[in-house]
Every structure is written in C-alpha cells, then in structure tokens.
Design a protein around this ligand. Structure first.
Ligand SMILES: [Ca+2]
Length: 310
C-alpha cells in the first residue's frame, strides 16, 4: 500500500516537473469517441479466451504497427486474453464492466502494469480499463513516454463493477505530433492486493504519411523560396549557372509528372539524378550551391524513401 502511494506521488511529481518543458504535452482523452483513431488492436487477435502470451510478446495492429507488451510490476507474470461476460465461455471469462464479448488483456491473476511500446511513434492511444476489487473505486494511471524520453502521467477515477455494460472508463492521450513511444497502464486503490488492470481494445492514432505528390510540391516550394532568398543559387562555368538552376527545377517537375502518372521507377530515377546535382559530391558536378543545397538533397532523399526507391 505505502509502496503504491509513493509510486503515485512520484509519478505525479514527474508529471508536474515536466510540464515546465517546451515540448508539447499530450492531452488526456476520457471518451473513446474523442480519440480520432485510425488504427487499433483487438486483443482477440492473440487467440481465444484463455490464451496466455509469452513474456514480452509482440502484436501487430490492424494497420500493421508492431507493439511490444510487458508487465512492469511483475515481469514474470504473463498476460492472458479474457472475455467479458456474457456469453460465458468455459474458462477465462471477465466478470467486469466492459461491453459483453469484449476481449480483455490482463495479467494472469496477479498484480501488474501494462507497458505497451510502439515500433514507431504515434500521435495518440487509449483503452477502457478496469482494476481493483469489485465494488470499489480505483485510480487508473497512464504513463506516456515520448521520443525525448520525457514522461507524462495521467489519471482517472473509475469504479469496478460486474455490470457488463460498457461503463469501464476510457483513458487515453492525444498529441499534436507523433512523439509517443510507449504507454503504461496501472491501477491503484484502497486495497492491500489486487490484480493488474484489464484493458479492452487499444485505439491508436498513427501519423498519416504525406502523399508523394504533396511532398514534391513542398520540395518545389522550398526550392523557389530558397532561390528567391538566395540560399540556393546555380553554379557552373560561364553563363551555365542560371540554366543549371532551371534544369534542376525541371528535373523535379518531371519527377512530379512521373508520380502523377504512377511511373514510380521513372520518378525514382529522376529524383536520384536531381539528388546528385545538389548532394555536395563533385562527381557528378552539382548544379546548385548555397546553404539550402544540402537540405534540398535531404528532402529529395526523404521523398525517395517515401516512394520506396531503391
Ligand atoms: Ca553531385
């Protein structure tokens, strides 16, 4: 009990201290409908009720994101898949307050905290959660870690019942940039011993990739802006400098046409040729110079990566 209180105070202290940082702090979301999710994990993909998972198991979301799940309070206690009643299957039923039939992930009859790590950072995530003893209140704690290792802590009060009516509280977060690398759910309450939390479907807000044509428009915009503020200038013998500057822009325009036609291989080749004219490597000679040249090269490479170029 004391240990739990200390853990909670420590967590709240961390959250307070970190609000001083300039980095955006994710906003707490207490309603599943207010989390604009575009991906999810339904724990039933792990197997029927009664399926217990290896320690540190991984699961792939509906959208293809890999998640790793660990119990940070009792690392050796595995997670198992339960199902909210009714219907009552033969064994791993969950007599709680999720919606009937919900798949529930929980530590197997032991204390626990559910740490979920994302293979690539996300904008937001959330679950409904139940913990503690039936007929008691509990505090659900969500600890969010971002790409700068900053830790943000959120909490919400819930009530644990066996009403099977979807009244389990929702606890999630939403950021304005895709910075969240992990989330950890735990529960605390006025009891000496209680099992770790049960959580139902994990909703995820993943970053939507910028379409390549849009990305190329942004590169052309950057090109034009850099030319006008003279951080990007043509370079070449005699009067060729201006022609080379235009030639490089034409290569980018041509790549955009190829993308529009769905000719990705041609777009990739055109972009590779353009990259070599601004990469700072004298072989082949660059067409442009200036402080924006290397950033232009980086933007072209990022687009090539987005297109899946070899
Ligand atoms: Ca070059």
């Amino acid at each position: 009990m004391m240990k739990r209180i200390f853990a909670l105070l420590f967590a709240l202290g961390m959250a307070f201290g970190l609000t001083m940082q300039a980095h955006a702090v994710p906003t707490q979301i207490n309603d599943r409908n207010l989390l604009p999710h575009n991906d999810f994990v339904d724990w039933s993909v792990l197997g029927p009720p009664g399926t217990c998972l290896p320690i540190g198991f991984t699961v792939v979301s509906n959208g293809g994101l890999t998640l790793t799940v660990n119990n940070t309070i009792e690392p050796d206690t595995p997670f198992c898949v339960f199902q909210q009643v009714p219907p009552i299957p033969e064994w791993f039923w969950w007599n709680g307050n999720f919606a009937p039939g919900d798949a529930v992930l929980a530590p197997n009859g032991r204390p626990g905290a559910t740490l979920i790590q994302f293979a690539s950072p996300v904008l937001g995530a959330g679950v409904q959660i139940q913990g503690g003893l039936l007929g008691t209140s509990f505090t659900a704690i969500l600890v969010v870690t971002d790409i700068t290792h900053a830790v943000h802590t959120y909490s919400e009060t819930g009530y644990s019942s066996s009403s099977a009516d979807n009244s389990a509280i929702f606890l999630g977060v939403l950021d304005d940039t895709a910075d969240i690398v992990s989330i950890e759910y735990s529960v605390v309450g006025d009891w000496e011993y209680a099992n770790g939390p049960g959580i139902n479907r994990l909703d995820i807000v993943s970053p939507v990739p910028v379409p390549p044509s849009e990305q190329l428009d942004m590169i052309l915009g950057f090109f034009d802006e850099s030319v006008s503020n003279e951080t990007l200038t043509g370079v070449g013998p005699g009067k060729s400098a201006k022609n080379r500057l235009n030639a490089l822009r034409n290569m980018l325009e041509a790549a955009r046409e190829h993308i529009g036609e769905g000719s990705i291989a041609e777009a990739c080749q055109q972009l590779l040729d353009a990259y070599k004219k601004t990469d700072g490597n004298p072989k082949p000679p660059d067409f442009v110079t200036g402080e924006a040249a290397s950033e232009l090269a980086n933007k072209i490479q990022a687009l090539r990566a987005n297109l899946g170029c070899q």
